[in-house]
Design a protein around this ligand. Structure first.
Ligand SMILES: [Cu+2]
Length: 417
């Protein structure tokens, strides 16, 4: 057990699991009791721009102030919320939580668990202090990874299941930079959902890469009484100074048998493709690195730091070619909208899914399709390695309505209570 000076929501790390049904309106009042400003981003929710919780669309909530977020949740899925201000500090210290929007699918399981994966880099005294100049330089380059491995805020997390039962696990990677290649000791599990909710058909797998920001829903079991295995992360080399390691995050212990009511339909939902491989690219977005006299290396979008991209228009199909010309991985995150990956290096993906975060391998090009629905305003995309985002690997753009010219507005003043 380690005692740390965490920052969190409602005195806990992670914050409370917020649950809603598809179509519900959520009203969440955030009181800022930190000594510094904050904002809260609702990762994956298709909400109005003014509720997206970035410094671009709202004034940061000052210490002692509060803000009420109010939005409908139009999609079912495993989402999450986290600080979007001084993220490399605030998120590293625990300012995140799960937001679950339940589906009315026919998936029935014996239990459901939300598992938020994180890691913290702590000094010997369990503080979050930054290290030497070299250490800080490496952290900026690689993203901050630490060897305190957490699930739901705990080290050596324990899960007890019953023989014969099947469970739905909603897994969220909330870490600053760690890539987690989920592995259950070789046991097969079934992928049923990703960022934007269910995929079309269940898929049996034995491992799955989860980059920072991504989520998966999987079905695990049935297992036999007495079985013991770990939730592991297989080594993944994301081409940084950090060594790819094999880690264990949690222990799963199987106890006496209990009856099961679990059933998973063979068709989960239909996902209509927005475009095929022949779709003409409407925009190119480039993730790259470049020299910097100050830092040695810059993390760039379209050759620029903290940049602006051209607007898109409501209801106009977007076909973006997102490339990564650098020699390291970057998870691409689009705020507020889901996209479909049409192809990766010229190949169609293995299954159809709605995504909001997708890993860009080194020297890779992906083609994505998405439609800006009628939510004009200021949006952004960025690398979800928090240190890269902070260093400049991000871009803003406007979603505009062709009929009524859009002028960016701050949320209504009544939001401050
Ligand atoms: Cu990055």
């Amino acid at each position: 057990m380690k005692t740390i000076q965490a920052w969190g929501f409602n005195q806990s790390v992670p914050g409370p699991v917020l649950r809603a049904k598809q179509g519900d309106t959520m009203i969440i009042k955030v009181n800022n009791e930190l000594d510094e400003p904050t904002v809260v981003h609702w990762h994956g929710i298709r909400l109005p721009a003014s509720m997206d919780g970035t410094g671009e669309v709202q004034k940061p909530i000052q210490p002692g102030d509060s803000f009420i977020y109010r939005f409908e949740v139009p999609d079912a899925g495993t989402f999450w919320y986290h600080s979007h201000q001084n993220e490399t500090q605030q998120m590293e210290r625990g300012m995140y939580g799960a937001l679950i929007v339940e589906d009315d699918s026919k998936i029935v399981t014996d239990a459901e668990r939300v598992l938020m994966i994180d890691d913290m880099k702590l000094l010997k005294d369990h503080s979050f202090k930054k290290g030497s100049f070299i250490e800080r330089w490496k952290e900026r380059h690689d993203g901050r990874e630490g060897d305190t491995l957490l699930i739901n805020g705990r080290e050596n997390y324990l899960i007890e299941m019953h023989e014969g039962q099947r469970e739905r696990w909603r897994i969220i990677n909330a870490s600053s930079a760690r890539y987690v290649r989920i592995y259950l000791g070789g046991k097969q599990f079934t992928l049923v959902g990703t960022d934007g909710g269910l995929i079309e058909a269940p898929m049996d797998i034995t491992e799955m890469l989860l980059t920072p920001g991504e989520r998966i829903d999987i079905i695990v079991g049935p297992f036999l009484n007495g079985e013991l295995f770990y939730i592991e992360s297989l080594p993944y080399n994301r081409m940084t100074f950090l060594k790819a390691k094999h880690n264990a995050f949690a222990t799963v212990r199987v106890k006496e048998a209990k009856p099961s009511i679990a059933s998973v339909p063979s068709l989960l939902r239909e996902i209509t493709p927005l475009a095929d491989n022949n779709a003409v690219v409407t925009r190119r977005v480039k993730f790259s690195v470049g020299p910097s006299w100050r830092h040695g290396i810059n993390f760039l979008i379209n050759g620029d730091l903290h940049t602006n991209d051209a607007p898109v228009y409501v209801n106009e199909l977007q076909i973006w070619e997102v490339s990564n010309t650098s020699l390291m991985d970057h998870p691409f995150h689009l705020h507020g909208f889901f996209f479909q990956v049409v192809e990766e290096n010229g190949k169609s993906p293995k299954y159809k899914a709605w995504k909001d975060t997708y890993n860009l391998k080194p020297k890779t090009k992906i083609k994505i399709a998405w439609i800006p629905d009628n939510r004009p305003g200021r949006w952004m995309y960025h690398c979800h390695i928090l240190e890269h985002h902070e260093a400049g690997m991000m871009a803003h753009f406007d979603v505009m309505d062709r009929l009524t010219p859009f002028s960016p507005q701050l949320p209504p003043s009544c939001a401050h209570v």
